[in-house]
Design a protein around this ligand. Structure first.
Ligand code: FAD
Ligand code: UDP
Length: 369
């Protein structure tokens, strides 16, 4: 057997790991997957903390998708804990259901509107726009300015470090507005968390004998040292090109944790996540055990505080960043020896299922070697 690997994959998150599994098992190719971090899973990594509580190290991750293909594929590597995410948001001193629904408005204003009346209520407040271009437009055209100010403006400024009017409409359009009383955060067909955690799912994805894993290894350290025929890169696209066209901004987070004593089945928060759009430096607080269903005498709550510096977590969707990304994309097109995949390399605000869908598609079209 010739020395070296058929594919070198940079990044062991969903993008890299799904591609590794497909190339190893369907194409019977030898794959080396590396990650600069000391663990698999990318931002979906989870682990038991010093108390034995399962924690999502890079913030709470709820799997949700309408894609049967994606769900069926991942289900080969994990069983699921069915889980429907619920969020409340602290507005005007009250914990209200979020996304905004019939109960949110009735509780906020002390009303007893029906769904039909709520539709009218929104219609009277909605602002007209010829084009819904920005994250502000996406909200004010549905529910008007007052609700935008209360529920969205502060949160969005904190999260992205920019005004909603500077961000693409897609940022807030992710969050629905409902006329009914459905208080679930997502309505996708398939929703849950891996029964034994995300990390176990990644261990199974990468267990194929054709796959070798190297952690704590930055691509820069091994570039030129390890022979391979084709490269898959799932890190930030600007870093691959040595930031030659300038830096693409990525938003980061600082995670604070509170560990509280509870009865085995007791919970600290009324729902898994409490959003605080106004007043606090953090955007939301999530109680891990509500997601995982773990029974434990301690409960861990994770607070997310957005910041500019730190690990890249979120591409920032707005026109100037998109223009810079397109310039990098042009450089990427000229590199036939490299395939770019995943949230950071595509500079797209992808959920996990979208990253898996992209990787499954690429696995069919990637150059054979
Ligand atoms: P990543 O998971 O970022 O993996 C990329 C990997 O590449 C990293 O491990 C990194 O260390 C490695 N890498 C980068 N550069 C190099 C290099 N030079 N050398 C070696 N390794 C390198 N999605 C959902 O569907 N549901 C949720 O509830 C959800 N919640 C989220 C909450 C937070 C706080 C965040 C930040 C994201 C959330 N997401 C959620 C999105 C989800 O995390 C991503 O869609 C998914 O993890 C992206 O996978 P990826 O493989 O593209 O990237
Ligand atoms: N958002 C908001 N208020 C909220 C929740 C969300 O303004 O209470 C906006 C904010 O801009 C956020 C975006 O909607 O970044 C998408 O929210 P989501 O909960 O999908 O964010 P993610 O889980 O991806 O961080």
């Amino acid at each position: 057997m010739a020395p070296g690997f058929d594919y070198l994959i940079v990044g062991a998150g969903f993008a890299g790991s799904v591609l590794a599994e497909r190339l190893a098992s369907v194409r019977n190719r030898r794959v080396l997957i590396i990650d600069r971090r000391a663990h698999l899973g990318g931002n979906a990594f989870d682990a038991y903390d010093e108390h034995g509580v399962l924690v999502h190290r890079y913030g709470p991750h709820i799997f949700h998708t309408n894609s049967e293909r994606v769900f069926a594929y991942l289900s080969r590597f994990t069983a699921w804990r069915p889980y429907q995410h619920r969020v409340r948001t602290l507005v005007d001193g009250r914990l209200l259901p979020f996304p905004i629904n019939l109960d949110t408005i009735n509780e906020l204003y002390g009303l007893s509107l029906s769904s039909l009346e709520l539709e009218q209520f929104f219609a009277e407040r909605a602002e007209a726009r010829e084009v819904v271009a920005t994250a502000e437009d996406a909200v004010v055209t549905k529910v008007g300015r007052e609700l935008f100010e209360k529920f969205f403006r502060g949160y969005t400024r904190k999260q992205w470090g920019r005004e909603p009017s500077e961000l693409d409409a897609s940022v807030t359009a992710r969050v629905p507005v409902r006329l009914n009383r459905d208080d679930r955060y997502f309505t996708d067909t398939y929703q849950g968390v891996p029964k034994e955690g995300y990390t176990r799912l990644f261990e199974r994805l990468l267990a194929h004998p054709n796959i070798k894993v190297m952690l704590q290894t930055d691509f820069c350290e091994v570039k030129g040292l390890i022979p391979y025929k084709h490269l898959v890169y799932t890190g930030p696209i600007d870093s691959f090109f040595g930031f030659s066209l300038g830096r693409l901004p990525y938003r980061s987070l600082r995670f604070h944790q509170e560990v509280l004593d509870t009865p085995e089945q007791g919970l600290v928060q009324p729902v898994a996540t409490i959003n605080t759009p106004n007043d606090t430096p953090y955007t939301r607080a999530t109680e891990m055990r509500q997601l995982t269903g773990q029974k434990h005498h301690k409960s861990v709550v994770i607070f997310e505080e957005p910041q500019a510096e730190g690990d890249p977590y979120y591409p920032i969707p707005c026109p100037d960043n998109q223009a810079l990304y397109e310039a990098y994309r042009q450089l990427a097109r000229e590199r036939k020896d490299v395939t770019f995949a995943g949230r950071l390399a595509s500079y797209r605000y992808y959920n996990m299922d979208q990253v898996v869908a992209q990787a499954l598609k690429l696995a069919d079209t990637l150059p054979d070697v």
